[in-house]
Write a protein that binds this ligand. Structure first.
Ligand code: UDP
Ligand code: MG
Length: 315
């Protein structure tokens, strides 16, 4: 049974958000007060270089429900979010950006899905027409590649803005891998999930900390930490190269030396040599794939994820 008046922990990672924190904080408090929801705010200052920390400290002194931790340097949003979830005590944990791009009102919808029995409620961003073509195309490409790599059918536009039940948060806290993408891990954990759509407004102030280059690196990390399929790629390529060049070589050798060139192809010795070389390249790629299989099992062992996650059990 879900508790009647759950404590909602709001985890807010913040990196150089001095222009947003006060404004966003009052919106959040107004929302929770209006709906009489029990809450705690967990600000995570991710090594900001502006006066974000000072503002967070001021807010924390003013509002009892506002707690904070400050990381010793900038560790990135994924680490900051993990730190916040670890500090949280609520019956549910909601992760939200500090810049106002995640409308706090959606927490009501999250909670109703939670009351309906869902353990993970994911905010799905509706297409934003104002966003640049490259960003839109990029995020679409990202979801398509990720979906085909990890075989999970996560709706396009799934964000970090999501609610997780305490039991999901506990399982999340037990994960030890370093190269982590928060939403990828939460997706991996499973549990009953629901999706709520929202429209994302523009940043209230400042600009996004993630540059295009950082985003590409993050996307690559996310592919390799959530899937080992890229490792299999050399095997696939090697297989095709080997088979195609072997077939061609056999065909040419028979055509030239056994049948004495009935098709008048006049194949030279160096062409056959080239085919032989590509055959060998194919073999090398296949051998690399064998290595990749071992690397894959090392990767899986070092990620050290639990073998399984229990969602319910008898008393
Ligand atoms: N953030 C963080 N550490 C970082 C970069 C960003 O904690 O190194 C926070 C940032 O303060 C914001 C959230 O992560 O609350 C999302 O960041 P941003 O708005 O830059 O990204 P986008 O909206 O493009 O996803
Ligand atoms: Mg943002």
């Amino acid at each position: 049974m879900r508790p009647k008046n759950p404590l909602v922990s709001l985890v807010i990672p913040a990196y150089n958000e001095s222009g947003n924190l006060e404004w966003h904080n009052s919106k959040i408090i107004e929302f929770f007060t209006k709906h009489s929801i029990n809450y705690e705010l967990i600000y995570v200052d991710d090594g900001s270089t502006d006066n974000s920390l000072a503002i967070i400290q001021k807010l924390s002194a003013k509002y009892k429900a506002a707690k904070y931790i400050s990381l010793s340097r900038n560790f990135g949003k994924e680490a900051a979010t993990s730190a916040g979830i670890k500090q949280s005590a609520g019956d549910v944990v909601v992760m939200i950006d500090a810049d106002g791009q995640h409308p706090i009102e959606l927490v009501n919808d999250f909670l109703s899905e939670w009351y309906a029995g869902y353990d993970v409620v994911v905010g799905v961003r509706k297409r934003n027409k104002k966003e640049g073509l490259i960003k839109r195309f990029g995020s679409r490409l990202y979801s398509i590649i990720l979906g085909s790599l990890n075989g999970r059918n996560t709706p396009r536009g799934s964000t970090d803005f999501r609610l997780i039940d305490r039991k999901v948060a506990n399982e999340f806290n037990a994960l030890t891998e370093h190269n982590r993408i928060t939403r990828g891990l939460i997706d991996w954990l499973g549990f009953k999930r629901a999706y709520v759509e929202f429209r994302s407004p523009a940043r209230h102030s400042g600009k996004a900390a993630y540059s295009f280059k950082k985003l590409v690196v993050l996307a690559l990390h996310s592919f390799t930490s959530q899937s080992t399929k890229p490792l299999q790629f050399t095997g696939f390529l090697g297989f095709i190269v080997t088979v195609v060049s072997a077939c061609l070589a056999i065909f040419l050798i028979i055509e030239r030396y056994a049948l004495h060139d009935p098709l008048h192809l006049a194949v030279t010795g160096s062409a056959i040599l080239a085919l032989f070389i590509s055959f060998l390249v194919g073999l090398v790629l296949i051998c690399q794939w064998l290595l990749a299989l071992y690397v894959e099992s090392i990767h899986n062992e070092t990620q050290n994820r639990p073998l399984y996650i229990v969602s319910q059990k008898s008393k």
